[in-house]
Design a protein around this ligand. Structure first.
Ligand SMILES: Nc1ncnc2c1ncn2[C@@H]1O[C@H](COP(=O)(O)OP(=O)(O)OP(=O)(O)O)[C@@H](O)[C@H]1O
Length: 504
């Protein structure tokens, strides 16, 4: 029955879903109005992505009813969802690396066309779409050559290339710096004005307060109700999400920092990227923050140190001695760890179990003298980390691909934090991680530092980097522009250095 008078664009009622014996959603009600930004919140594994996957046709509900524009729908696959006007930008990017930006944006149309594609036209349309979003990306570039931020923009453009009525954004800003985030928000406000309903999943609660009209919180697969954002605040939302108050998001650090550097980088210059003349040192027990805008070269610097990108010149010293880290294998051999921001491509082995993922980097500590894995040690290590980081899973044998995004991130971190490193570089440590688990990760970083490890944290989240670092280096155009000691930490100072301006 059609009811076009309904104030709701989307009405999901009594939605339940299980995967095997695991119940993920249990009678969830979720309603989104026309032209509103509706935040869908909850801890990692609460069922947010599953709910939107049911709306968009990736998964089918076990029970319940979905109504779109007053009409009942049951999309059986994403194509049906798209035809109905439901577009989703997932947390895990789903672009085809070897195709161009334009090809990726219009990929879904290829199968539908009976005619030759006019690539010139398609590239032109794709370019116009990207330009209208206010980002600088060449539509004919190959996706493999884009930064993760640019890939995310292409995902958004792809979602908007359809006649979208409901746009779902699953953690869209985790890789964005404040300027890009602001640009995205402006785009969302424009879409909202056009009457498009936006479902916005995020763990950045300040963002929600800023942009959302309404909020629905899921806890363990059950909705705890919806409300207007004007009726609540971050504390209220946290309480609904985790059922308790949170005192300090950033735990106090009681770590003694060594005097001599454990790790030094001198005049490091990349062969193929913009990184040049990068010099810094980190001392045992120190948490060194690296900030900067997207595209400033933070991730490229980490990859260069780790041997994943090629070096042109410069030296790297561990405990005062020059070392060779020309490949990731040699970096790991020197006990240098690297947790990538790109979880799906470089962070975890999706088809392997949680146990295998964590154990892969810790063979030494779980093997006996002959090199055989001591299964007891392995389980002890893995189960300990699952508990510590509160990874939501029925067992350590579950494949990582079946975990929620935030829980995959916890496994990526656990993999590296469980081994004996001398230096560990963590790129966006809490990307996609819920507020409760963030504290666990910060505690774990402190624990690692306490062992005398030099920790380098790259983060776009300014409150986070100021909350956990002892010192912050700010990158601008491929090199360090300035250093901030703790007493000079402020968002303004980080931003000034990020754009190549001196402090006031
Ligand atoms: N295909 C699947 N098979 C088995 N279990 C799954 C599958 N997809 C999701 N799950 C489980 O369903 C639960 C909810 O996952 P979902 O991705 O919906 O959580 P989420 O709220 O989006 O979390 P996050 O904030 O971490 O992204 C998780 O425990 C996850 O392991």
């Amino acid at each position: 029955m059609k009811n076009s008078e309904s104030e709701y664009r989307v009405e999901m009622t009594g939605i339940s879903k299980s995967f095997g014996v695991v119940s993920v959603l249990d009678g969830v009600d979720f309603k989104v109005k026309h032209g509103e930004i509706h935040a869908l919140l909850g801890e990692n594994g609460a069922g947010k992505s599953t709910l939107v996957k049911i709306l968009s046709g990736v998964h089918q509900k076990d029970t319940g009813k979905i109504v779109l524009n007053g009409e009942e729908i049951n999309p059986k696959n994403t194509h049906e969802g798209q035809v109905l006007g439901i577009s989703v930008v997932y947390q895990e990017l789903s672009l085809v690396n070897d195709l161009s930006v334009a090809e990726n944006i219009y990929l879904h149309k290829l199968g539908a066309s009976k005619f030759w594609m006019n690539w010139k036209e398609i590239t032109k349309n794709a370019q116009e779409l990207i330009d209208s979003l206010g980002f600088k990306i060449d539509a004919s570039a190959t996706v493999r050559d884009l930064s993760i931020v640019q890939k995310q923009v292409v995902e958004i453009a792809k979602a908007l290339s359809e006649d979208t009525k409901v746009l779902v954004l699953d953690e869209p800003t985790t890789v964005f710096d404040p300027t890009d985030t602001q640009k995205l928000f402006e785009n969302l406000f424009k879409l909202k004005e056009k009457g498009i309903s936006i479902i916005y999943i995020s763990h950045h609660l300040e963002e929600i307060i800023k942009i959302a009209d309404s909020v629905t919180v899921l806890r363990d697969g059950v909705d705890t109700g919806s409300m207007a954002v004007s009726e609540t605040d971050t504390d209220g939302i946290i309480h609904l999400m985790i059922g308790r108050e949170l005192k300090d998001l950033y735990p106090t650090r009681n770590v003694e920092i060594g005097k001599e550097p454990i790790f030094e980088v001198k005049n490091l210059t990349a062969k193929d990227t913009l990184v040049h003349d990068v010099s810094f040192s980190v001392r045992p027990g120190e948490v060194l923050g690296i900030a900067g805008l997207g595209g400033s070269g933070r991730t490229e610097t980490a990859k260069l140190i780790f041997g994943a990108d090629k070096k042109k010149s410069g030296t790297i010293l561990l405990n005062g001695k020059e070392i060779n880290t020309n490949t990731p294998v040699s970096a790991v051999g020197h006990q240098i760890g690297f947790v990538s921001e790109d979880r799906k491509e470089e962070g975890v082995f999706l088809p392997l179990s949680i146990r295998r993922n964590i154990s892969v980097t810790s063979f030494d500590s779980i093997s006996n003298k002959c090199g055989f894995i001591n299964v007891n040690n392995e389980y002890k290590n893995v189960l300990g980390l699952i508990e510590k980081l509160n990874v939501k899973t029925p067992s350590s044998e579950i494949d990582v691909k079946n975990l929620s995004g935030g829980n995959q991130q916890k496994v990526a971190l656990a993999k590296w934090l469980s081994i004996d490193s001398k230096v560990i570089i963590i790129d966006e440590p809490t990307r996609g991680v819920d507020v409760g688990a963030k504290i666990e990760i910060y505690n774990l970083i402190n624990e690692v530092a306490k062992k005398g490890v030099g920790v380098v944290v790259i983060s776009s989240d300014m409150p986070e980097i100021m909350g956990i670092a002892d010192r912050i280096l700010v990158m601008h155009e491929g090199t360090f522009y300035g250093e901030l000691p703790k007493e000079k930490f402020s968002e303004e100072n980080i931003l000034r250095y990020s754009i190549g301006e001196p402090l006031k």
